[in-house]
Design a protein around this ligand. Sequence first.
Ligand code: C2E
Ligand code: CA
Ligand code: CA
Length: 748
Amino acid sequence: MALYENNELRKQAEEFLSAFPGGQQTINVDNMKTLLHELSVYQIELEMQNQSLKETYQQLVVAKNSFSQLFELAPVGYLKLDQNGWIHKANQTIQKMLNLSSRQLEGHYFANFIHPDDLNIFNSRFRAFFRKPENKRIELRLLKYNGPQLQIEMSGRLITESPLPEGKNSDFLLVTIHEIGDRKRLEDELILAAKVFENSDEGIMITDEKNRILNINKSFTSITGFEPGEVIGKTPRIFRSGHHAANFYKEMWAQLMTNGRWQGEIWNLKRNGETYIAWLSITSVTDMYGKVKNFIAIFADITQRKQQEKQIKLLAHYDLLTKLPNRVLFSDRLNQAIMNASRLKEHLAILFLDLDRFKLLNDTYGHLAGDILLQDVANRLTACVRETDTVCRFGGDEFIILLTHFKDQTTAIETSQQIAEKLSNELARPYSVANTQFITSASIGISLFPSHGTSAAELIKNADSAMYYAKDAGRNNFQHYTEEMRKNALIRSSIEHDLINALPQQQFDLVYQPFIELSNDGLFGFEALIRWQHPNKGLLLPEAFLRIAEETGLIDKMGLWVLERACQQLSIWHQQGNRQLKMSVNLSSRQFLNASLFDDIEQILLDTHIPGSALILEITESMMMQNMGEAIRVMHRLKSLGVMLSLDDFGTGYSSLAYLKKFPLDILKIDQSFIQDLANDPEDKMLIKSIIDIAQNMDLLIIAEGIENQGQLEFLNKHGCQLGQGFLFSTPLSSAKLELRYKQLSAH
Ligand code: C2E
Ligand code: CA
Ligand code: CA
């Protein structure tokens, strides 16, 4: 009210009214006053309103800015779409996502920016989406300008704007666009991981930080038999097989905690109580602070592989037939034993064992029988020695036994001798093979460490040569390696060396020993025998070099030379008018089986012009028995040349008259050992009588060799032996000496 009392104001009003002529008559002052007052009130109100409008406007501007910022810079893309999918507004985020400006987006169809392969999805679902977008999501790929495609998920919200002019639809869709590439990749990785987990051939087990089982995969179940329900929540202790000591697990954990990883072989239990061997690798999984959260164990069942490995090792180191160590493993063990023995100053013994007449059994009863016998032998040998000793099958019918830990040489000799005797006795017991009782024996050679050698090779070699001495000494016995054997071995190697030059340097010669017709003293023919005129050793007999020549193969050329030379000599004597004379030549077993023998002889006969029937070839029983079928074939072929075949040293080999029938033989030579014992041994007399009988029945000529005295001659003559050979008639002589002795041999 103070305002109305304002004199200043009244004054102004009066001045104002006075400006209107006659105003004072129509509008009285009071009215004016009221009017003025109202005007001023109104003015004040207007000003106030203006002020608040201004403020509201300010606030609106601020609000608009912040909302637009929110809209533009939101971490998701916003698109305002109309019903037709037309973009009305695109925020900066989506612009950035697609690398396009608002102008390039707004006013265009959203579909323009969708990957062509996803357009169908979009088109088919957009309408429904528009009508009711709540809780709906569409996953799409968008095309980014100059960039890789974007994996997005769109969700939306209907917004209605105040009605647009001309009844235009005021509904819009505010689309929110999330980039889900990373999430997608993660999802894909998870799916992949899950697939790997489920489909891996390896068993997988995941445990928590306290090593309680969280999950196992299918392979885990198929390998171990445990179902998830039976193991989840438990610790892997339930798989312990008891195979490993506590230390094993301790070390495993120590490594796992320090390196985050453990890998190795482990024996675990299956559900059915069986043990299996796993190749296991455990990895610890830590969180971002380095704290262990999980353990992942991945394993494969390698039991079978281990078995195969074992099998392969077995094959490489053991003999399949007898299950004994083979020579590879034996060498290993021997080397090891030598090392130990030299360290401990101990002695070792090696027994080299060869079965006697094994070949005959094999040939007669077949390989299967041979195999059974070998297995039996292996068992008997193993039973005779201590567990620490090694019995090995060295090959064929050869075995080696290694005896260890002897404190001195005497003990080594005595014990090895005792064991050799025990072995001989054991092996001499009959074997039942192929429903027959079979008897064999063994020849054993023994060498000692360090007395007879310090290397494995040397010890084996020396035991082997001792074994040969045992064999030569009549089988079924044993021999220790001796100084004499060592010397012989040295001689042997020097002979071996010299033998190479003997033929080219014409150091060989032939001597001839006559065959005499016992009834009339007539000259039937000669046996050619080789001699070696050694440059420093003088004249050497065949026994000094023949075996070496055979073993080294030098016999091939040597034998051919003998054949040529003997036939040439016979040819000369034939030309002197002695066409009835025969020449007998010894064949070595190697020569006998040599494929070129037939051609060689054929050629020699042609070259020397002697008839095949004038040549006698001497072979031994062992040569025929080695491979009977082949021997018979070779013999028939040789016979087709007209040559005669003679069985040398009869009585020393298998001496089975029954076998003789199978071979195309012409002559039987009774071994000189029978002739020599004739005077003292009535059994030999009987034997010779029956040999002569049978030979005559088989139409074989008989030659008795080694006749040294009249008594022998008379006995043989009396019992119908046709031919004889021996010092009584003549020692082997050179052709020249023979020509002096038998005048008919030289020119008349
Ligand atoms: P063998 O075939 O049994 O030859 C007979 C051996 O007995 C000869 O020994 C001969 O000198 C010897 N001898 C002959 N009559 C008597 C006798 O009345 N008393 C005694 N104690 N011995 C007698 P040699 O020449 O030392 O031959 C030994 C062996 O060497 C031969 O035995 C034969 O198997 C082999 N041999 C000799 N020359 C050759 C050859 O050219 N080639 C082949 N492959 N072997 C040969
Ligand atoms: Ca002979
Ligand atoms: Ca003989």
